[in-house]
Ligand binder design. Structure first.
Ligand SMILES: [Zn+2]
Length: 368
């Protein structure tokens, strides 16, 4: 892809393989510490961080404690380091820390900028030399932290922590892990009213898709859950954090379906999404559910992979309990394997899915 850098001539330009780095004039390149921090960041980008291998430019503690130690890397698919030129907007010192603010963007052929993200890293000395740190590791110290069971809950001052919900989440995990025969995984759970507060804590000032109304939102990432407007008891993401890594050979719809069956999605129960989808489909007979994997969002609130995936997971559970759910979670990643698994466990062929799913949505939406 051809990238044209924004107002290129104004900046010092250092080419690093495919990932270009430029600096704002404001960056103090004369001081020795600033220079070291600049070189550190350049070296990190040059080291192909999307490969997620052990990296000598990143601090050892985060690498020891987290398999995917650069939390920003997977925030953007396929990776933050997928070739966008990096423009260092500022490097700011705060006691012994240096905050590096970076814009990942390019200029489209019509001249308009395409900004993927503006993110922050920290540089701090470890054994005498600067290493990179996640902003989250530093920033989370500003939030309150309460540990309940295997979960460290982080939340801002205004949030009234709900210990009952926190306990219930732990109870859910204990039962889930027992039923699915896995060992529970300790994790961090971030709670706020608005998702952008969490993004800020992670060091993300701007991301493509930012803006719009404040709506409930949750996200699971390795050993962390980020939840906005959903409180301490949002089980959808809990399922992802506890179970996904143990059963990697499953289709995306299997994962999202079971997560929605157990914990709803986007802050609403499966039942809520079922009613909504049923109403919509009654008015839209042309939608063919036998090709359901080609469908994505019904609207801003409901997505087919949640609601249809959820109904299928529910039916499989009702037929064979956790044992069948475990088998379903090892039935393969491809679309074809997903359809084969439905036929195997529910006896419904792909071409019969439109009729079957419409019937089931109708039945489920009428249940109390
Ligand atoms: Zn999910």
């Amino acid at each position: 892809m051809k990238f044209v850098l924004i107002i290129l001539i104004l900046f010092t330009n250092i080419e690093i393989y495919c990932q270009k780095i430029t600096y704002n004039h404001g960056v103090n390149s004369k001081s020795s510490d600033y220079k070291q921090v600049m070189r550190l960041f350049e070296s990190y980008l040059k080291s192909n961080p999307h490969n997620k291998r052990i990296n000598r430019f990143w601090n050892s503690v985060e690498q020891r404690d987290h398999e995917n130690f650069d939390f920003l890397e997977s925030e953007f698919l396929p990776s933050l380091y997928s070739g966008f030129p990096a423009h260092v907007l500022s490097i700011k010192s705060n006691k012994s820390n240096y905050e590096i603010k970076v814009q990942f963007s390019y200029c489209k052929e019509d001249g308009t900028p395409y900004v993927l993200a503006i993110v922050n890293y920290y540089a701090k000395k470890e054994n005498g030399s600067f290493k990179l740190y996640n902003a989250l590791t530093i920033n989370k110290k500003e939030w309150n932290c309460t540990t309940v069971g295997i979960i460290d809950f982080y939340y801002p001052n205004y949030h009234k922590f709900n210990i009952e919900k926190a306990r219930k989440t732990n109870e859910f995990i204990n039962k889930l892990c027992k039923d699915l025969i896995v060992k529970s995984i300790p994790f961090e759970y971030y709670v706020a009213n608005d998702y952008d507060e969490i993004q800020k804590l992670k060091g993300i000032d701007y991301y493509m898709g930012m803006g719009g109304d404040t709506t409930p939102k949750g996200k699971a990432a390795d050993d962390k859950i980020y939840c906005a407007g959903l409180g301490e008891y949002y089980l959808h993401e809990v399922f992802h954090v506890q179970i996904d890594k143990y059963y990697p050979n499953k289709h995306f719809w299997v994962s999202e379906g079971i997560a929605t069956f157990l914990g709803g999605s986007r802050g609403e129960t499966l039942k809520w999404h079922v009613k909504r989808t049923n109403d919509y489909l009654l008015k839209h007979p042309e939608v063919d559910l036998s090709n359901m994997l080609t469908l994505s969002n019904l609207d801003f609130k409901t997505a087919y992979h949640y609601v249809l995936g959820g109904i299928i997971a529910k039916k499989i559970y009702e037929k064979g309990g956790w044992k069948l759910i475990i088998a379903f979670m090892s039935s393969g990643k491809t679309d074809q394997e997903y359809y084969i698994a439905i036929e195997k466990y529910l006896g419904i062929k792909k071409e019969g899915l439109n009729l079957y799913l419409r019937e089931q949505l109708n039945i489920e939406s009428k249940k109390l």
